[in-house]
Design a protein around this ligand. Structure first.
Ligand code: LRH
Ligand code: MN
Length: 433
């Protein structure tokens, strides 16, 4: 397949004006002085900040929608190759998104090897691949209406296992080393499904997938309280996910989607528990006000995002056993330009991570030991209330990225170029949406 003409990013747009560069340097120097006063080395924080990388989901580059409507913008990617082009722009501007998380069959490549080469040309690789037994595909024999791994019909369970083995196969050809299993399986009415048998059948099927994992691969189980099941979801909460990961074995771990928690759930505590169990496999970063809203990470509850990052930096600093989470985004962009939304997301994640790096952990530990509630809280807040924008901008600039990715993207005219190149033919949504 010949790669179609591609919209290019005007490199000039990334270079900051002299005025912007001067302002940035002044802000950075001022913050640097403040950090030195607190005994923090700017360079050490910058080095640690530059280690933060997050994978972009292949399903978030086109306009998302709800059952009520979808309002596509112009110049949207028409296939997985154009999605990779757009993700390369996000990585060019943020220097923090070198990997893509692919959803199958939504973005299944006809030729995995060709896609792997295209990605490599763009400096991109692949993080976890995602299975899909929450929709029936046109050529599919048996329906997942009443579930997949939890289904009472062994033939349906077998079909779902086959799908997961196929997803692993595609992932292996792309160079991925993990699979995320989110199951929509559940019931919407009391009595509809046996609550223990359905879980046992699910675990039984996962054993078959686990046993098929290639060398070095990991399997992530993703919990979710409801939707599309509205009474009981088989993998409803972190406890159910942990039971599965512990039963499966060392190569299984739990994935935390921030939007998959009932209101007022203390998500940072869930993260701390999974770290303690050595079973924190990774994240789907996003934000939510009510349900699984898939909004821009840090846009609704930035303090909660900081508290989650605080648990991660704390575990990382301590060298917690088996701590190697995969950071991935999972969002749906109904209103914002998908690239701009993802640029904002990466910036918000980098900021939350930077603030967590600034927590004076020795002081905090001492106040916690002494049960000095006020000074313990103030120590955490001091880091959260630090304006880390110059730090995050410098981390990007130091790796050739943009000081302000959204502003650079707008100035680049990439979207209007894409609209022309992609011939205004509306984005062909995955057959399922
Ligand atoms: C389920 C979920 C899951 C993906 C899907 C796109 O709500 O979070 O991670 O498969 O969104
Ligand atoms: Mn998710």
């Amino acid at each position: 397949m010949t790669a179609p003409e591609r919209p290019l990013l005007d490199e000039e747009a990334i270079r900051p004006s002299t005025a912007d560069a001067d302002t940035h340097q002044r802000d950075l120097d001022a913050l640097g002085e403040r950090l030195v006063r607190d005994g923090v080395s700017l360079d050490d924080v910058l080095d640690e900040l530059r280690t933060f990388e997050v994978a972009v989901p292949s399903w978030a580059l086109g306009t998302g929608g709800t059952r009520f409507g979808r309002f596509p913008g112009g110049g949207e990617p028409r296939d997985i190759y154009e999605k990779m082009d757009d993700i390369a722009i996000i990585h060019r501007l943020t220097r923090a998104t070198p990997n893509v998380s692919l959803h199958i069959p939504w973005d299944e490549p006809d030729e995995p090897e060709a896609l792997r080469r295209h990605a490599a040309d763009l400096g991109l690789g692949f993080d976890a691949v995602n299975s899909n037994t929450f929709q029936d595909q046109p050529e599919q024999e048996l329906s997942y209406k009443f579930g997949s791994f939890c289904h009472t019909d062994a033939a349906v369970r077998e079909q779902a296992i086959e799908h997961h083995l196929h997803v692993i196969d595609v992932g292996r050809m792309l160079g991925s080393e993990s699979i995320t299993v989110w199951l929509a399986d559940g019931s919407s009415y009391p009595g509809q499904m046996h609550l223990r048998r359905s879980f046992e059948r699910t675990l039984d099927c996962l054993y078959s997938v686990y046993d098929a994992l290639p060398e070095g691969w990991r399997l992530f189980t993703e919990h979710k309280p409801y939707e599309p099941a509205f009474y009981a979801t088989v993998v409803q909460d972190w406890g159910s996910s942990l039971m599965l990961a512990q039963a499966l074995g060392v190569h299984a771990a739990c994935l935390v989607d921030l939007g998959h928690h009932l209101p007022n759930t203390n998500i940072e505590l869930v993260v701390a528990r999974l770290i303690a169990a050595g079973k924190l496999g990774g994240f789907h970063f996003n934000d939510a006000k009510y349900g699984d809203d898939d909004l821009t990470a840090g846009s609704i509850k930035p303090f909660q995002l900081f508290l989650v990052m605080n648990e991660l930096v704390d575990a990382r600093r301590e060298g917690a056993e088996g701590f190697a989470p995969s950071y991935m985004i999972d969002q749906s962009h109904n209103l914002k330009d998908p690239i701009e939304a993802l640029l904002m997301t990466v910036d918000n994640l980098q900021r939350a991570w930077a603030k967590a790096l600034l927590v004076d952990r020795d002081a905090l530990a001492a106040y916690q030991e002494e049960n000095d509630v006020v000074l313990a809280e103030r120590t955490l807040r001091a880091a959260y209330e630090t304006d880390v924008r110059p730090l995050v901008a410098e981390a990007r600039r130091g790796r050739g990225g943009a000081l302000d990715p959204v502003a650079a993207f707008r100035a680049s005219g990439y979207r209007s170029a894409a609209t022309l190149v992609r011939a205004a033919t509306d984005y062909v949504p995955p057959r399922s949406l």
